[in-house]
Design a protein around this ligand. Sequence first.
Ligand code: ADP
Length: 450
Amino acid sequence: MRNLIVPLLLSAVVVLVVLVALDTPVSAIAAAVVTLAGFVTVIIASRDSFERQLQTLARKTRGRLEGIPPVTSSEDDTLEEVATLEGAIESLHARLAAQNAQLTQEARTLTAVLDGMIEGIWITDAAGNVVRHNDALRGMLQPGGADIVGQRPLALIRNEELHEAVMRACREGTSSRLELTLEGLFPRTLSIRVTPLGKDLPGSAAVFHDVTELRRLEKVRKDFVANVSHELRTPITAIRGYAETLQSGALKDQEMAPKMVEIIHRQSERLSELVEDLLELSRLESRELQLKIAQVPLAVAASRAAETVKPKAAGKNIHLELHVPQNLVARGDERAVEQVLLNLLDNAVKYTPAGGRVDVFGTLEDGRCVVRVKDTGLGIEPKHLSRIFERFYRVDKGRSRDMGGTGLGLSIVKHLMGAMGGEVKVESQPHVGSVFVIFLPVATPEAASG
Ligand code: ADP
């Protein structure tokens, strides 16, 4: 507007000076009045234009806020002030848009990181209401279709200790760590750390770490150590007891002494078997055992295993027969396959009463080598079937021990079969007998060189 006012004022003054110089004061006054009237008209017109341009600018700015792209003005008489203001608004808008894009990007990254975590996380406001959480937390709490956001900790997990920890973090800014077990269809043990968000940020954060598997493994390890100690203690106690009895005079007892020495011998053998089995299992579990994968003729492996148990079978008058075709060749480790068959045959003979029979059948089924070790023994009740491959699990502890069992044989079988890419299954009927079935890949020509 300054552009118009200055020339107009100047021209009014010039007209006045010229007319005064020409000595025509009345005309000068009239001219000046006319000029001033023009000047006022221009001012009014300029004010209208200024207002109109400001309104257009306000409309454009509102449009930008609503995401409507800017339209370049068709007016070429845009006032300088309005143009400057528009430029300032435009650069402010551009800066805000860039900051907004960066914040959106950061928020997306944060969400992706939170949802990618195995640990569950929730964030609460100062009052302890959950305001944000990640996917893992939903998996842990399984709230069905219910919303987690907006809930209080107690409504999500019925645990006073957790509730107190969250409130303490919100009110006093203290951190705490706790562990709790969620009951239900799939019980879970959660290790939880609750921390305040920070000085200028009211609220708290809780990180949930699922330690169910960890605690289960700890229990397995503790049980295993307890089992091993117990298993070792039994023969050691017997050996020590009989040795002491012999020392304190029984050695001279012609009738009792040989019996006691026999027991000591049997128990020491049991001890050594147990240690051997434990070492084998530990080698298998630590993957120290290097398997030599090659072609394994199953008839050969079965007959070698059968040779070892023959004396025992003969002693119980058990008929042992092999039906494994010569051309049935599996892909596996020769020593491991023999060990598996030996363990299964040893059990079959062990748990079959005198006069029974044990048969080994070999076939090719669905492109896999299958060997069935079938006995007419005690059989196993269905409730035990899923557990007999566990370490130290026995259907009848007393009977197994009396028969020299360590409770580790089937567990070794399962590990060996797994290591060779095969599997073992069992079918059994109490008082009728059991069939242990192993599956192995068929040998391929490359296996020979492997
Ligand atoms: P064990 O040294 O006690 O025989 P295993 O791991 O070899 O240990 O077997 C685990 C349990 O499975 C045995 O204690 C026994 O109760 C049962 N079992 C294994 N094989 C047979 C079988 N052929 N007939 C009946 N029960 C069996």
